[in-house]
Ligand binder design. Structure first.
Ligand SMILES: Cc1cc2nc3c(=O)[nH]c(=O)nc-3n(C[C@H](O)[C@H](O)[C@H](O)COP(=O)(O)OP(=O)(O)OC[C@H]3O[C@@H](n4cnc5c(N)ncnc54)[C@H](O)[C@@H]3O)c2cc1C
Length: 282
């Protein structure tokens, strides 16, 4: 590991001015479960490592505000899994958080860090996509909100600039009946990254949303507004046609975690399973 400066400010203003000063030479660390590995492997070579764990304005709380559940930047997987409101309204998020790494990893890994890392195989982004989440960013220049659908631009890349921090993530509380499910395929049962992952959400009006991970350069959302997938009386062939069209937006590659055709095949299988579970929950 090349030497770097380690800073752990307590005030948001200090953190933001450091980011303005150092730009891309500064790297942010929350739980460090991605950052530590990349530092050790030499994939990340910061001049300054900005540890945000003590920044009091970056909350470790989940609060209900203005029709959303707001997850502060320091909320960990373990914390959100235990939260009664998250369990009641966003069960698929709990399902995704539950498979992230191991107990030790989940105790450190933040929800915000999972999105900022922008791995195409991250487990919580597909769920946040189907739930219609928004990320709240802050820098010395001010605040802006970015819908999850516009956040990812490629592997490891987002619209967030080096001067910005994710302050929180907002997930709209449901205003009508809905059901959702998360699923993934891995090579082994635990502590593995997804070969594919997905989330499905169906609402009472018949809209079905899928979001897919590890089958393209970034997680992405597709929506069936026709109502066919949610309609128990629709013909199986009609459902297959709609599903095929949604899945056609995936562009998986062959890598160590699975072949392109295997991924495409499992997308179909897992989409049907996630849809069935989401419909049951609806
Ligand atoms: C053994 C192991 C197993 C894992 N298994 C899984 C798995 O199954 N599924 C999965 O999805 N992930 C997995 N991960 C990856 C990891 O745990 C998650 O991506 C985690 O959620 C990242 O959060 P963190 O707080 O540790 O982020 P960090 O490592 O601190 O940061 C990750 C990235 O986000 C940036 N960042 C973090 N917080 C902010 C912020 N508030 N504002 C701006 N930028 C920020 C950092 O600069 C960095 O680029 C695994 C990791 C390990 C080591």
């Amino acid at each position: 590991v090349r030497p770097f400066e380690y800073v752990r400010p307590a005030a948001l203003s200090d953190a933001l001015s450091l980011l303005t000063k150092h730009g891309a030479a500064a790297r942010v660390m929350a739980g460090g479960t991605d950052v530590m590995i990349r530092l050790r492997m030499g994939h990340m070579r910061p001049g300054v490592l900005l540890d945000i764990k003590d920044v009091r304005e970056l909350s470790d709380r989940i609060v209900e505000t203005g029709g959303v559940l707001r997850f502060g930047a320091r909320v960990t997987m373990t914390e959100l899994m235990a939260d009664e409101r998250v369990r009641r309204h966003f069960g698929a998020l709990v399902e995704a958080a539950t498979v992230v790494g191991s107990v030790q990893i989940r105790n450190r890994a933040t929800l915000a860090g999972n999105s900022c890392n922008a791995s195409p195989a991250g487990d919580t982004p597909p769920v946040l996509l189907v739930y219609g989440a928004t990320l709240n960013l802050v820098s010395e220049r001010g605040r802006r909100s970015v819908p999850m659908t516009e956040f990812f631009t490629g592997p490891g890349k987002t619209v967030k600039t080096p001067e910005e921090l994710v302050e929180s993530i907002d997930v709209p509380l449901p205003t009508a009946r809905a059901g959702a499910a998360f699923g993934r395929v891995t090579r082994r049962y635990g502590v593995d990254l997804a070969t594919i992952n997905l989330a499905c959400r169906v609402d009472a009006a018949g809209e079905t949303r899928f979001a897919y991970g590890a089958v393209g350069p970034r997680p992405f959302l597709v929506v069936d507004k026709s109502g066919v997938l949610a309609d128990p009386t629709a013909a199986a062939e009609a459902k297959s046609t709609v599903l095929r069209e949604l899945i056609s937006h995936a562009s998986p590659i062959t890598d160590v975690r699975g072949g392109r055709n295997y991924r495409l095949g499992m997308l179909d299988v897992m989409s049907r399973r996630a849809l069935a579970t989401a419909l049951e929950r609806l």
